[in-house]
Design a protein around this ligand. Sequence first.
Ligand SMILES: [Zn+2]
Length: 142
Amino acid sequence: LIYITRRFNFSASHRVYNPNLSDEENLKIYGKCSNPNGHGHNYIMDVTVAGEIDTETGFVMDLTELKDIVNKDIIYKVDHRNLNTDVDFMKGILASTENLAIKFWEQIENKVKTNKRRLHSIKIQETINNSVEYYGKSKQGK
Ligand SMILES: [Zn+2]
């Protein structure tokens, strides 16, 4: 298998909090990220596809096609938005980077998949020091 990766950038705001807890308890768990009026991040996301090389094109996947899928189904929906209130697939879900990675995966998994390739990972960097990687529900190795 060969792995290909495309990087994306988006800026979004959120408040990470559990609505069942008090502001004090939320502050204890989520720190600055629980600020009641929210705050923003410049996220960096790496989307990796694993597959076999197509003998006609020499590609695992045309990166422009990957770019178009991710832009349409993820980036245009989250860039310069509030992740708590503006994004249909994040409604009712705690806007942590972990949950973002899982929900992003769900948006594009089936569109990337063919009999020769599949989504391998989504890595989201929230700050210079913090990042999350998601590899799907189960290892679907060959
Ligand atoms: Zn945050």
